[in-house]
Design a binder for this molecule. Structure first.
Ligand SMILES: Nc1ncnc2c1ncn2[C@@H]1O[C@H](COP(=O)(O)OP(=O)(O)OP(=O)(O)O)[C@@H](O)[C@H]1O
Ligand SMILES: [Mg+2]
Length: 250
């Protein structure tokens, strides 16, 4: 059974169909990519799965159980955690305190929350910043703190919304390594990203949406030569470069 099944999901805002008849599933342990042009509906898909908004119709099942209508905190208890496209740390709390909150919410005492919080920060190479108020972090580290906050809730599935946007190439590489390490711990990742070379290298499978509807699904290699995807989003230049890179690797 798939970890998460999304079935014929619809969500409109007034006249805008943000998500249109979307069906897909996420397998336990995989890294699944979700890409598409600006306004395609990617964040809305995350909002629905994580309970921040309800769909107009359609189903979402976690381990076979219907989760539509459950609140974010309840979904978090069941193992679904999302990051925010615009990083949302508690600005006046320290980096460690930001991470402790998710652990305290699991009912752990303060001492344990501190220990586990430090472990998570070490795992994400954030330990040097633990006593700094989150508002003083650069955007790159704020995005990494989003991942640390997600991990603090002991998730099964993390929905990562553009955690690499605005980062320089070195930071993108570091974040890719971190995402692989998180996945190596058995945590399933659903990743929205516009940095194409990163998502194509990271994801085992990619779903492409446009105007809320799925236009393709497949391996990065399949997606990169899909004509509909090239026309709607990738462009011929990326597709050619990706094919060249794949040939070099072979
Ligand atoms: N709360 C809202 N109220 C009204 N319209 C919304 C709301 N949220 C999203 N939309 C609209 O729904 C569509 C999909 O938006 P969404 O943010 O999901 O796209 P996206 O694929 O995440 O885009 P981006 O790549 O720019 O982050 C857009 O047209 C957006 O303007
Ligand atoms: Mg978005």
């Amino acid at each position: 059974m798939a970890l998460l099944e999304v079935n014929r999901l619809h969500k409109s805002f007034g006249g805008i169909r943000a998500v249109n008849d979307l069906t897909f599933s996420i397998e336990q342990g995989e890294i699944l990519g979700l890409i598409g042009p600006n306004g395609a509906g990617k964040t809305t898909v995350f909002e629905v799965i994580s309970g921040f908004t309800s769909p107009d119709s359609g189903g979402v099942k976690l381990n076979g159980h219907d989760i539509v209508g459950l609140k974010p905190y309840s979904l978090c208890e069941r193992g679904i955690c999302r990051t925010f496209q615009l990083a949302k740390p508690f600005l006046n709390l320290t980096v460690l305190e930001n991470v402790m909150i998710g652990i305290l919410a699991k009912g752990e005492p303060v001492k344990t929350a501190k220990e586990k919080g430090n472990e998570i920060l070490k795992f994400l190479n954030l330990l040097d910043f633990k006593d700094i108020q989150a508002k003083f972090l650069t955007i790159g580290y704020k995005r990494r703190l989003e991942l640390a906050k997600a991990l603090s809730t002991q998730p099964k599935l993390v929905l990562a919304d553009e955690v690499m946007s605005g980062l320089n190439e070195k930071e993108v590489m570091d974040t890719m390594d971190i995402l692989k390490k998180i996945n190596g711990r058995g945590i399933t990742l659903f990743v929205v990203e516009h940095i194409l070379h990163a998502i194509m290298a990271l994801a085992e499978r990619v779903i492409v949406i446009n105007h809320g509807a799925k236009i393709a699904e497949g391996t990065p290699a399949e997606i990169s030569r899909n004509e509909r995807v090239i026309t709607a989003y990738l462009g011929r230049g990326f597709s050619d470069r990706f094919q060249d890179l794949s040939k070099e690797k072979r």
